[in-house]
Ligand binder design. Sequence first.
Ligand SMILES: Cc1cc2nc3c(=O)[nH]c(=O)nc-3n(C[C@H](O)[C@H](O)[C@H](O)COP(=O)(O)OP(=O)(O)OC[C@H]3O[C@@H](n4cnc5c(N)ncnc54)[C@H](O)[C@@H]3O)c2cc1C
Length: 240
Amino acid sequence: MSLDKTAAILVVGAGTWGSSTALHLARRGYSNVTVLDAYPVPSAISAGNDIYHLGGTARGLSAAGAISTTGDFPGWKGYFMRSGAGWAHARNALVAAAREAQRLGVRFVTGDPAGKVVTLIFEDNDVKGAVTADGKIWRAERTILCAGANSDQFIDFKQQLRPTAWTIAHIALEEAERALYKNLPVIFHIEKGFFFEPDDERGEIKICDEHPGYTNMVRLPDGTLASRPFAKTQVPVDSE
Ligand SMILES: Cc1cc2nc3c(=O)[nH]c(=O)nc-3n(C[C@H](O)[C@H](O)[C@H](O)COP(=O)(O)OP(=O)(O)OC[C@H]3O[C@@H](n4cnc5c(N)ncnc54)[C@H](O)[C@@H]3O)c2cc1C
């Protein structure tokens, strides 16, 4: 169904997908796009608020790749192969997408309570917008849910969405170590995890454990079990 270019479009979440979606809508001429996020960009709880992420065909519909493969971001650095895999600076790509979307006229409302969505508006078997923690009602002709790991708190995904957490370490290197590991290809080791070269800004090397992820299962009022995301500084009990 075609949508008028002036139609109100609401994007819930300004993380990897929300910022990218807003940017692409603005580039296609949609002039009434609003993005809501509970945190300022880059959100403290965004999965994309990280240094390097793998992108490219190795990850299929890769989130990092979704931003890095298209677009024109001055100063953006990354490595991408169309027929293989590469990396993107996930946080910088996210921030660049949000800034560019803003420059093209997208409205970002962030922080708690103004940008924190508490519920979607369900009417006539459809979603007609959202309500934020300050009580404001945001009506829209299209509502695009990009709340990442929190998404299933707004729509019943019939247990098809399971937020999981990964353990990663960012280790700041000395100057000499940065030079030594610069241009290191991404190394994937099934037992020890994968490693990226140090990032340009902070000289941090990222080590990521490769495993299916930790869940935080809680029993919901209706009796079902669901994984609920928690602050990234918390250590899940089953990882101790
Ligand atoms: C450690 C780690 C390593 C990863 N490595 C890779 C990789 O190498 N390659 C790759 O492609 N992918 C990787 N991923 C996955 C990738 O980062 C995520 O798939 C992607 O960032 C998800 O984007 P998103 O927009 O769905 O969610 P997010 O980026 O998490 O965005 C969700 C947004 O919703 C906001 N939000 C939440 N609740 C509310 C609310 N109530 N109201 C308003 N806003 C709200 C949050 O603040 C956040 O900004 C990795 C993820 C992690 C955690």
